[in-house]
Design a binder for this molecule. Structure first.
Ligand code: PEP
Ligand code: MG
Length: 579
């Protein structure tokens, strides 16, 4: 038995047989091509290239327009169609008198090396896309065709040195129990896709593919970011038990998706889903979401690593709105910056990026980018129940500035006669302490608040949300956090607007009753967390929750709050699942 640690990428536990997916073919044919057979070899290359394009187009047909993976496929089709690329291969075939596989590999290696040396990070990252494109042509040249992940015969855990986004897009998701790869990080395309497909995954395992053979038994623990190769019976037993406990628990919660999130004394709560890519609406609906409470629109930019056009965005927003109709969908405008960057597009080199040029600060200085998004959002509003939300608002001047650009976008549409919802509700995230403390003023200018505790807590306690070493300080039950939440909720209600929460605290079963008691109107979280929170809300009365919240506001320390809440919940609930 061997345990390897990697990067937490997509939660859950998978147990199954390994399938070693080698994208690098070891025995590619290499042979001389005499001059009289050159035209035949050229035709062989062109045919394979055309079939590869058709394969990609076929995949595009299955993904649907506007999705990040669709744009990725589109860019690969463009690479395959690039005349310079074909010229280089064809010239190589004529000069070197070798078969296509050999020449193609040489051309791609030279191209990838050139890109890898580029000073531009965006271009450097394109080198893996070039390999992906070449693999597709090699796949078409091979006879029989290479086994793709779309042709898996049985359920397995896919192990690879490098997984490519197109591998995930084309794979047969019903057969893939888990994913594990030597390379890759948490914000890679592969990581984002694994999460949105709800497949447990660990990346950045460095040596795994060298340690594993097809058929080995594996455990992928996506929650802790580790992989166990050929586990002993005791370990296997433990993991089977925890996987089963989780599955049974989920099954028991499933019927709840049909029911409302209503307290025993009749207070109705909006339980919504956070999404990062349009495809996640399927899971949101399956888990009984009342709507989308946060669509992190920046992933429409991060995945293709460029600013999408107004039309591309319109299509993605329309898809989400149509899928969720008539439920509400809150789309947050671009929140780039901090750890969410587009290499080569957004600026780097800030000494404090988390306190830097991010979100609306970035958008206000790139009004061209901002206006494209605002026009797309406004135009999308005719396709469903859309709410618009601005991130990282720090005070009233910033809010006024953002509303000014929104008005400009509306004027532009009016002058072109393009339809949009004139009454579109506009809200803000409360995630900067200065906004929380002035929420009474801000509440008079907007239709709703959504509290972003991920950032609010990091700024309030001065604790980097990404830093493991100080994670013990990141405390939602800090009395300072609870008092500030109460201020925001009370200020919203005094102004007559609803207040929800879309930070991770909203998905914490231990926090749910306190938040309910503080008066929160809505909770938004990853779809998978909804049933558990719904169960808790349906099991208590608002009066009980208010009493608990009132009593914890009197306590002096996070530890005291934690003890009080745990005791209260554990007296009433048998099992509180962790998210
Ligand atoms: C938050 O800060 O709580 C939030 C929901 O936004 P993000 O996690 O995208 O920063
Ligand atoms: Mg935030």
């Amino acid at each position: 038995m061997k345990l390897l640690k990697g990067i937490v990428v997509s939660p859950g536990i998978a147990i199954g047989k390994a399938y070693l997916f080698t994208t690098v073919r070891r025995n590619l044919p290499a042979y001389e091509v005499p001059a009289e057979l050159l035209s035949q070899e050229l035709a062989r290359f062109r045919g394979a290239r055309e079939r590869a394009v058709r394969e990609l187009e076929d995949l595009r047909g299955r993904t649907g327009p506007g999705l990040p993976e669709d744009r990725l496929l589109e860019s690969q089709i463009l690479m395959l169609g690039d005349p310079e690329f074909s010229e280089q291969v064809e010239q190589g075939l004529a000069e070197r008198k070798k078969n296509t596989e050999v020449v193609l590999q040489q051309v791609v290696a030279a191209l990838a090396a050139r890109l890898a040396e580029s000073g531009d990070e965006y271009l450097r990252e394109r080198s893996s896309d070039i390999h992906d494109v070449a693999e597709r042509i090699l796949g078409q040249l091979a006879s029989p065709r290479r086994p793709a992940l779309s042709e898996l015969e049985e359920e397995c855990i896919v192990v690879a040195h490098t997984l490519l986004p197109s591998d995930l897009i084309s794979m047969d998701r019903r057969k893939v129990l888990g994913l594990a790869a030597d390379s890759g990080g948490r914000t890679s395309h592969v990581a984002i896709l694994a999460r949105s497909f709800a497949i447990p995954a660990v990346l950045g395992l460095s040596q795994l593919s060298g340690e594993v053979r097809t058929g080995d038994l594996l455990i992928v623990d996506g929650t802790r970011g580790q992989v166990i190769v050929n586990p002993d019976e005791a370990t296997l037993g433990q993991y089977r038990a925890s996987r089963e406990a989780w599955q049974t628990h989920e099954l028991q919660l499933l019927p709840l998706s049909e029911l409302k999130a209503e307290t025993r004394d009749g207070k109705l709560i909006a339980l919504e889903s956070n999404i990062e890519v349009p495809e996640e609406t399927e899971s949101a609906l399956a888990h009984g979401a009342d709507g989308v409470g946060l669509f992190r629109s920046e992933f429409l930019y991060i995945i293709p690593k460029r600013f999408p056009s107004e039309e591309e965005q319109l299509e993605a927003y329309r898809r989400v709105l149509s899928a969720m109709k008539p439920r509400p969908v809150t789309i947050r405008t671009l929140d780039l910056g901090g750890e969410k960057i587009i290499p080569g597009v957004t600026p780097g080199g800030e000494s404090n990026p988390i306190l830097g040029w991010r979100a609306v600060r970035f958008c206000l200085s790139r009004q061209d980018v901002f206006l494209d998004q605002l026009r797309a959002l406004l135009r999308a509003s005719v396709h469903g129940n859309l709410k618009l939300m601005f991130p990282m608002i720090s005070g009233v001047e910033e809010l006024e500035a953002v509303l000014g650009v929104l008005e400009q976008a509306k004027q532009e549409l009016r002058s072109k006669g393009q339809a949009f919802d004139e009454q579109i509700p506009v809200g803000i995230m409360i995630e900067v302490p200065s906004a929380a403390f002035t929420s009474d003023i801000l509440a008079r200018r907007v239709s709703f608040f959504s509290i972003g505790t991920n950032d609010l807590i990091q700024y309030l306690i001065a604790v980097d949300r990404e830093n493991e070493r100080i994670a013990y300080l990141y405390e939602p039950f800090h009395p300072g956090v609870l008092r500030l939440l109460k201020t925001v909720i009370d200020n919203a209600h005094a102004a007559g607007i609803p207040v929800g929460m879309c930070g991770e605290m909203a998905a914490d079963p231990y926090a749910a009753v306190v938040l309910l008691g503080l008066g929160l109107d809505g909770f938004s979280m990853s779809a998978i967390a909804i049933p558990e929170i719904k169960r808790i809300i349906r099991s208590v009365t608002l009066a009980e929750a208010e009493e608990l919240a009132g009593s914890v506001l009197e306590l002096k320390s996070q530890r005291e709050v934690d003890r009080r809440v745990r005791q209260w919940l554990e007296e009433r609930f048998e099992f509180i699942g962790s998210n």
